[in-house]
Every structure is written in C-alpha cells, then in structure tokens.
Design a protein around this ligand. Structure first.
Ligand SMILES: *Cc1c(COP(=O)(O)O)cnc(C)c1O
Length: 456
C-alpha cells in the first residue's frame, strides 16, 4: 500500500531529536586527532579548554559515545523553528520532467536564515553553563555570525564577531542584523589584535579571509577574562550538533517508508553535509544499508576533489590546533570573483575520513552553473536559495535529469541549508551576466599545499 506523499513532511514537536548522533563511534577508521601546532602531540583537553568551552571540548574529543543528550533548554529553543520541513519538490520534478522523486530538508526557516543556528544555540548554551561572559568568533558571509548573535542574545552572553572585511563592506545588512542582536562586529583584519596588525602590515589593503578572521577571534578570546572562542563549522562538535538535520530527515522519510538512493549536501567546512548524512553514513559503516552520498563543493575552492589529505593549519595565523583533513593549504584564498560561499580551505575531519574511506563521493561545480540551478529552483519551488545551498541543488537537478535518461524513479534527498536574501550582490552579478568561473591551476594549489606543516 502506498500512501500519497504530501508536499511537506512535517514532524511533531515531540519528534525533535533528544540526542545528537556521533558517527565517529561507529566508524572503523576514526578521524585523526587534533595536534598541538608546536609539539605535534595530540591536543589534551586542558589545552583545548584554554580556547574552547569545556563541555564542547568533551564532545570534540569523544569518538566512542554514539549519542550526546541534547539539554532541555536547547530542545526548547529548537522548538521555535524545528522540526524543519522535508519538502517533496513536486514542482521541480514536474519542471524537469523527471521520474525521480526529489526531497529537500529546508533549514532556512529561522531569522539567521541557515542551519547554523542549530549549533550556535548549543555552543551559547554551554558557554552560559560554564559561567562565561561571552564568546568570540569569525564570520565570512555572515550566516554564522548572525546565528551566534541570536543565540548569545537568547542566553544573555556578550558576542564579538570578526567579520571578513570584504563581507563587512559588501553585506552591511548582515552586519546590522548582528548588531541589532547586540553583537560587536569588527572588520578583519583589524588593528585590535596582534595577528590582525601583522597581517595588515604584511598585506596592506587586504580584504581579509576566513583563516585570518579565525586567528583574530582566537586571540581575542585568549586575551579576555571569561571569554572563549566558538566556531561555526569544521569542528566535530559542530557537525554533531548538525545531526538534528539528518535525524529529522531520516525520521520523516521513515514515516512514509521512503528509502533514499542519493543524498546530496553542499560542503564548505562540512558541518551541514556531515549532519545530514551522519545517520545514513552510520548505517553504511555498520554494514546495515547502502546509499550514494555526494558532497558538492565549488570549483574555485575544491578541497575534497583537488586537495590533499594531510595535517594542516586551520587558520592563517597558525594559532589553532592542526587537523588532518582534505585541504588546499591554509594560505589558499578563493579568487575574489567567487560569489558562492563555501570558501574554507579545509574540511571537517569526519567528512574527510568518510571520503577517504569511500563512504561518500565528492564533486565540484562552477558558480555560473550553481546560480543557474538556484534560479531554476527558485522559479518553481518558491524559495530563494542561498548560493551555498545551490551547490546541492545543482547536483540534485543533474542526478534527476540522469533519471530522465534511464527512466529510474530514484529517491534524491538534498540539504537546502538556507535562504539567499543577503546574497543579492552575487545574484546581481549573475543576472547581469558578469559572473565568471575561475578554477585554480594545479600550480596554484601545489604552491598553497607546500605551506602545510610536515608531520613525522
Ligand atoms: C555556512 C553555510 C554553509 C556551509 O557550511 P558547512 O559547515 O559546510 O555546512 C552552507 N550553507 C549555508 C546556507 C551556510 O550558511
């Protein structure tokens, strides 16, 4: 008996997950540990606690426990915007004239406009529990800074955001949302930190990078009493918080006995992708099931498809622990015309290990194709997607069109991580036809990779 599948599969409030899933517990090959950048020894909890909140350090280092309870206050906050809908893209299917069934998990239904609030609220909660005064962070495009500002406002914490200068100038409205929520927003590189002054002196007129803003935020946390640094992607703790996406997705699919054939996510630092796929990857590594999982990254920042799996610095200033990950080198900065987000040089160590083990595949896409897919989606599905999310849309459409060739009714599930209302400068470039597709040369990537540390 098949039931009619609604446009939106909603879950009940009491179906919000009460535990986050830690896929590392089920992985045979565990992700490599973070290393101390000076001694190259695995980072100890005490060392990490100087920079990060204690409870988050526990989550970061724990690769044995499969589940972490979600504290009641975080669940209560989740209730304001979760469960998020799993949408059957009937209109897109019709437009593509495909026999495929397309589903997307939409994380843009909150004021921050993206999935980042799922981890921001958790990190703010643990900072508050620890009795801290506030937190520092970096933000690139601004989604993370916005989400963290909201979370900090909710728990009454001070929030200091180092925003990559080019975004600070190009996205004044993002900045004002953060300030409205009470955050202090500083363009990076600034003259307020040692590392910022150093980078400004070395590269006068630089418009900044994510790696540089991270270094500034870490220094700011370390130099103020009662402050810690928090990060919106890449770290295992963040990926774990984002498993609410995958757990809800699985639950919604199970309600209608839908088994996905292909699961697609965009990959910047890997947190939404890792969160979406964790429950499914868990089934794969436990030998219970098989799915095709695809990570999608920009052709101009292709860490999985063209990077190397080595230990690297997580930030430009080289103050953070070393992580083993697929990386383009910490000095890698995507071309200035790159407008689609996902510009981090490295990748979550969990996603990296799953990729290295062949649990997931990766592909890269050109930004003009991404925006064309975004427009096609927006016209029929009624959501203006974030450029980041549109990387996943592009590949979902490609896979659905392949089904049209073969006549297969595959179930395609992708993560729609957010809305694109603050990305109109990028859309404008696309609409004006002045967006181009820059791909780094092999030499450029090799030069940047040469800066990775040598670990014996
Ligand atoms: C930050 C962001 C991403 C990429 O981050 P991940 O850690 O790779 O998930 C994707 N989509 C949106 C809307 C974002 O804000």
């Amino acid at each position: 008996m098949t039931r009619e599948i609604p446009y939106k599969i909603y879950l009940e409030e009491d179906e919000i997950p009460r535990r986050w899933y830690n896929v590392r517990a089920d992985m045979k090959n565990k992700p490599a540990p973070l290393l101390n950048p000076a001694t190259h020894e695995p980072m100890k909890a005490e060392e990490l606690e100087a920079v990060f909140c204690s409870e988050l350090v526990k989550q970061e280092l724990d690769d044995r426990n499969p589940y972490f309870d979600i504290p009641e206050q975080i669940v209560d906050f989740y209730k304001m915007y979760r469960p998020s809908p799993l949408v059957r893209a009937y209109c897109l299917e019709k437009e593509l004239d495909t026999p495929a069934h397309i589903y997307y998990k939409f994380e843009g239904n909150n004021t921050s406009g993206s999935h980042k609030l799922n981890s921001a609220i958790a990190q703010a909660y643990y900072a508050k529990q620890q009795g801290l005064k506030g937190v520092t962070t970096e933000t690139g495009a601004g989604q993370w800074g916005t989400a963290l500002s909201m979370a900090c406002a909710y728990f009454g914490l001070d929030c200091q955001v180092y925003m990559v200068k080019v975004s600070y100038e190009q996205k004044p409205f993002r900045r004002e949302v953060m300030r409205t929520y009470g955050a202090k927003v500083t363009p990076s590189p600034s003259m307020e930190t040692n590392v910022g002054r150093k980078i400004n002196a070395e590269f006068p007129g630089t418009t900044g990078s994510l790696g540089c803003a991270i270094s500034e935020a870490v220094e700011a946390a370390a130099s103020q009493e009662g402050y810690r640094y928090v990060l919106g992607s890449v770290l295992s703790q963040v990926l774990i918080h984002q498993t609410v996406i995958g757990l809800e997705t699985k639950r919604a699919l199970d309600k209608y006995d839908i088994v996905p054939d292909i699961i697609i996510g965009c990959a910047g630092g890997g947190s939404n992708l890792g969160g979406l796929i964790s429950p499914f990857a868990g089934e794969i590594v436990r030998g219970e099931n098989n799915y095709r999982i695809i990570a999608v990254e920009p052709a101009s920042c292709p860490s999985l498809t063209r990077g190397k799996y080595v230990y690297d610095f997580c930030d430009t200033g080289k103050v953070c622990p070393l992580a083993k990950m697929y990386t383009l080198g910490s000095g890698y900065i995507p071309a200035p015309n790159h407008a689609g987000g996902l510009r981090y040089h490295g990748m979550s160590s969990i996603v990296s290990q799953l990729y290295d083990d062949g649990i997931l595949e990766a592909t890269s896409v050109k930004q003009t194709d991404v925006f064309a897919a975004a427009q096609r989606f927006a016209k029929v599905e009624g959501i203006l997607p974030a450029p980041e999310s549109s990387h996943a849309i592009k590949v979902a459409i490609d896979e659905a069109l392949k089904c049209k060739e073969t006549g297969e009714a595959k179930n395609i599930v992708f993560g729609l991580t957010g809305t694109g209302y603050f990305d109109m400068v990028a859309y404008q470039k696309f609409n004006d036809g002045v967006m181009d597709d820059y791909c780094p040369t092999d030499e450029e990537i090799a030069r940047s990779l040469a800066g990775c540390p040598v670990i014996s």
